[in-house]
Design a binder for this molecule. Structure first.
Ligand code: SF4
Ligand code: SF4
Length: 446
């Protein structure tokens, strides 16, 4: 029997309508808008000035804290401005704006597609290369990878798990890289195994990606200790805690991290970035982005330079369809509406989804009928109906904290399953942010 996680989950239509679109290199852009907030944690600080010449791979932002990262130019040209600009969510973030001139790369980057497997670097040297290349988690969380691969001394990893589930409907960028670049992904895994000092790695892939399973399984025959695990299709299997449960049958307790059960999870796209950083000296300057939607004539997977405006991507992809009602960064379950089409992509943007009016319309909300479907669907064992009730009363932040609102991974299973169409996820998101503010306030007073 195929493996999956135990608690909750739902089965939305996977809509992988872009799965046969091979990755195309996105055409050159005129201006790159590179955000200094490419990662979770403190934004980077610009280290270039207006008028500076940069190449592809030049460092333009340096980390400002332990959880922070380097940012590199994704284009060659002249720095035109360093200014706050609205990101995809509409928040003002410092950007380095570069007028593109040609396509000149830093000399140390190996641009050939020759595959380099041998790696004689020490773990410390590998971590340093990963950090200097600005590698972050590309599964959505954007956590700086060098930090995640360097767990505290008292925690021992026993297995690396590569996340190839891509369980969000519509998105196929990971599917494509697993089909097109399996060996490079596995070399990235081999490098991580060395750093973590583990002899076992798994690649979890859902059953709806048979070509990726075949391609990764064939490549894995040459890699000792790396096993491809076919998983039953169930959302949100790509959640770290759900994937660990599905693949190695260990449950990460509330408030604990994967490393507490001996697991380190990395996305397959991150593994590819690690390969490029360590074996090719290539910083993260581009990433694969799915551009998909039923209202589009043609589906795409592009290799896009970081800092490409969303509006440019949509223009090249065929323009915004007449019946488009909502443009989303990510998938329909966890993605967020793009508030500003002039905003530019960051490293972890893996998908732009175009939804029609019909696909976005919310049915009218009615009263909770206490059916318990939301609780059955919740993969974190929460009671979404109760969180909703407490949120609606207002001010019950202590109770929300006790009911483990922080365990919510914002997967949207509760909202998906609720027959009363209660906007459970929206309410939980807003209240999580409020509880976080209170906790930060408490900590500041101490
Ligand atoms: S969004 Fe949160 S509360 Fe709702 S099902 Fe997912 S984890 Fe549970
Ligand atoms: S699924 Fe909706 S109606 Fe059913 S208990 Fe949960 S909130 Fe209430």
């Amino acid at each position: 029997m195929k493996k999956t996680f135990c608690l909750g989950g739902v089965h939305p239509n996977d809509n992988k309508i872009s799965k046969n679109a091979a990755i195309e290199v996105f055409p050159p852009i005129e201006t790159a808008y590179i955000s200094m907030a490419q990662h979770l944690g403190a934004p980077a600080e610009p280290v270039v000035a207006v008028g500076d010449k940069v190449k592809v791979g030049t460092v333009i932002g340096k980390p400002t804290g332990f959880i922070s990262g380097y940012v590199h130019s994704s284009v060659s040209g002249t720095v035109k401005a360093i200014e706050p600009r609205a990101d995809i969510a509409g928040n003002l973030v410092m950007h380095v704006v570069i007028a593109v001139e040609g396509d000149e790369w830093c000399e140390e980057i190996d641009r050939s597609r020759d595959i380099v497997r041998e790696c004689n670097l020490t773990s410390e040297e590998i971590l340093s290369k990963i950090q200097n290349a600005g590698v972050v988690g590309l599964g959505g969380a954007s956590f700086p990878t060098h930090v995640k691969l360097n767990p505290p001394k008292d925690k021992k990893a026993v297995a690396l798990i590569l996340n190839g589930t891509e369980c969000e409907p519509f998105i196929t960028s990971d599917d494509r890289i697993m089909r097109e670049r399996p060996v490079e992904i596995l070399i990235g895994a081999e490098i991580m195994m060395k750093v973590l000092n583990v002899d076992k790695a798994y690649v979890g892939i859902e059953e709806n990606k048979p070509e990726a399973i075949a391609s990764m399984s064939a490549a894995a025959k040459d890699f000792k200790g790396i096993e491809v695990v076919t998983l039953k299709k169930k959302y949100p299997q790509g959640g770290e805690k759900q994937l660990i449960d599905a693949v190695i049958g260990r449950q990460v307790p509330s408030g604990k991290l994967p490393i507490d059960v001996g697991a380190v999870v990395q996305n397959v796209a991150t593994s590819l970035s690690i390969y490029e950083a360590v074996q090719k000296n290539k910083p993260v300057i581009d990433n694969s982005v799915t551009v998909s939607g039923h209202c589009m004539d043609v589906q795409h997977n592009y290799l896009v330079r970081v800092g490409t405006p969303v509006s440019k991507i949509l223009e090249v992809a065929g323009g915004i369809p007449k019946d488009a009602a909502k443009i989303v960064s990510g998938g329909p379950m966890m993605g967020k509406a793009i508030a500003n089409l002039d905003a530019a992509t960051v490293k972890a943007n893996g998908s732009i989804l175009i939804l029609s009016e019909e696909e976005t319309v919310r049915k009218p909300e009615s009263n909770c009928i206490r059916c318990g479907k939301c609780a059955s669907a919740c993969p974190m064992g929460l009671e979404p109906w109760l969180l909703n009730k407490l949120a609606r009363v207002g001010g019950r932040y202590d109770d929300l904290e006790k009911e483990r609102i922080f365990d919510c991974i914002e997967c949207g299973c509760c909202l998906y399953t609720c027959p009363a169409n209660i906007p459970l996820l929206d309410l939980i998101r807003i209240n999580k942010a409020e509880v976080m503010k209170i906790i930060r306030g408490r900590a500041a007073k101490k």
